[in-house]
Design a protein around this ligand. Sequence first.
Ligand SMILES: [Fe+2]
Length: 259
Amino acid sequence: MKILFVGDIVGNPGRKILKTLLPGLKEEYGFDICIANGENAAGGSGITYTVAQELYNAGVDVITLGNHAWSKKEVLNFIDSDPRIIRPANYPQESPGKGSTIIETPAGKVGIMNLMGRVYMENIDCPFKAADRELEHLKAMTKVVVVDFHAEATSEKNALAWYLDGKVSCVLGTHTHVQTADERILPFGTAFITDVGMTGPHEGVIGVDRNIIINRFITHMPARYEVAKGAAQFNAVYVEVDVLTGKALDIRRVSQIST
Ligand SMILES: [Fe+2]
């Protein structure tokens, strides 16, 4: 199975470059499913119904979220009924939405799980234990499982990848908006990258207008964030998985900049 996973889509610049590049990438990689982290897709924080439809229409099959899952309250109107959008599985069980989903693709079924880190982030349930819980029902349905681990600390991402090596097809880090150059396949067949990167503005500070952020660092005064303008970047990873074993065969970084 061929999978394209798109790193955090930020605002209109991210959606625009996604729409521009996805048809060509589909031709180049022939992926069976496109998964994208969309927690910053609407105005740089959260997701709305209209924006989710825009991503689906562009060719995204499944949307994952993270710490900005609830930033746009409108998400509560559709997160329970839409099987293609998931939020971190280690949010409290009482939270709306679900932490994993199973999607039928031309190459077979794929399970997608979303988890969130706890280091320098919200103090939610243990992502390691949550992964085990979700895997119990996913593994009964398919051997191919993709994990989006939305986390800040490189150590936590590396630890979870090693913990899940051989249990899932890939652990793909999101949230930091900076693509790391450490993609590899671990000994028992799990593909891993610490962070897939960002699909959004290229000339800001991880997606936000750079002057606002520079000023915030200098003055320590609160400021309203705005999505940066200018050139855009597209960050993703391509992963190929053996559907019979669920083990990864290949992981490649995708990175493009448009003016
Ligand atoms: Fe995030």
